[in-house]
Write a protein that binds this ligand. Structure first.
Ligand SMILES: [Zn+2]
Length: 271
């Protein structure tokens, strides 16, 4: 990823989207905001127990840094589902300044409408951004191990094909900072569920050095599903930045024992 500073806010972006005109995207960090303690400091999640006014101020800081009007930020309530919704003008700004108006019961959003910034909030789960430069369609997905087992990435690609006529060979994909295969331990219950849902878990699950624990590779699980849908490997960028190893820069629910903030990966068609 590429690190930049804008109006005092640190942002990251992906190489795969970096030279595309009319497309904005970003990944925020936990730095340069005003929230305190476990939410220190650029917490962008209204749903995690932080002071709402501080979250709103942090979102305004992000709005200035990205030069995206705050009422263009559009968020879903994110419930670890496989549900992907189509976003149109009527949904623009949902969840932008509070959690109550966020799009319900969804972890993925797709649009071809300009000036809607689809944003997913994460702290260990994988933020996935998709873009079809031919049909000019964007998507933002929240996919941890649960999202991978519920196949949220394939669902999103299917909807891009069905509703917008996208071709998988054209779709660019980026997987953002998230808990990596260096750290992401799961129990035997997850192994059982993963085998049922994914079938072949070779390369996705392996025994952890800790007895009775396993490592779930969220990056590989999501990437493999995109490849199986027909995306080209050269069109998929994985940040390969582990949030738990880099919890000084990104929020990590595991590193902060469950109570922590959220950073955002966002994408918007500009014109
Ligand atoms: Zn790690």
């Amino acid at each position: 990823m590429i690190k930049t500073e804008s109006h005092g806010i640190t942002l990251y972006s992906f190489h795969v989207f970096s030279t595309i005109p009319g497309l904005k995207h970003f990944v925020s960090t936990r730095h340069n905001g005003i929230s305190e303690k476990n939410f220190s400091s650029l917490n962008l999640g209204f749903h995690v127990g932080d002071n709402n006014l501080n979250v709103l101020r942090n979102r305004k800081l992000l709005s200035v840094a990205t030069d995206i009007d705050i009422y263009r930020f559009t968020c879903a309530n994110q419930c670890h589902s496989g549900n992907v919704v189509l976003v149109d003008d009527a949904s623009r700004g949902k969840g932008s300044v509070d959690k109550e108006t966020a799009i319900p019961n969804a972890d993925g959003m797709i649009t071809n409408v300009e000036k809607i910034c689809l944003g997913v909030q994460v702290a260990d789960c994988v933020p996935i951004l998709l873009y079809d430069p031919v049909e000019r369609v964007i998507a933002a997905l929240h996919s941890g191990w649960k999202g991978a087992l519920k196949k949220i990435a394939p669902h999103a690609v299917e909807k891009m094909i069905q509703h917008y006529g996208c071709k998988t060979g054209n779709i660019l994909a980026a997987l953002g900072p998230s808990n990596g295969p260096c750290c992401y331990e799961v129990g035997p219950d997850v192994v059982h569920e993963a085998e049922l849902a994914l079938g072949n878990t070779a390369g996705i699950l392996k025994p952890s050095p800790k007895a009775g624990k396993y490592i779930f590779d969220q990056w590989q699980a999501n990437k493999r599903q995109l490849l199986e849908m027909g995306l080209k490997e050269s069109n998929i960028e994985t940040a390969e930045i582990c949030t738990q190893c880099h919890s000084d820069t990104f929020f990590s629910a595991r590193a902060d024992a469950g109570v922590t903030g959220r950073f955002v990966a966002g994408i918007m068609l500009e014109k």
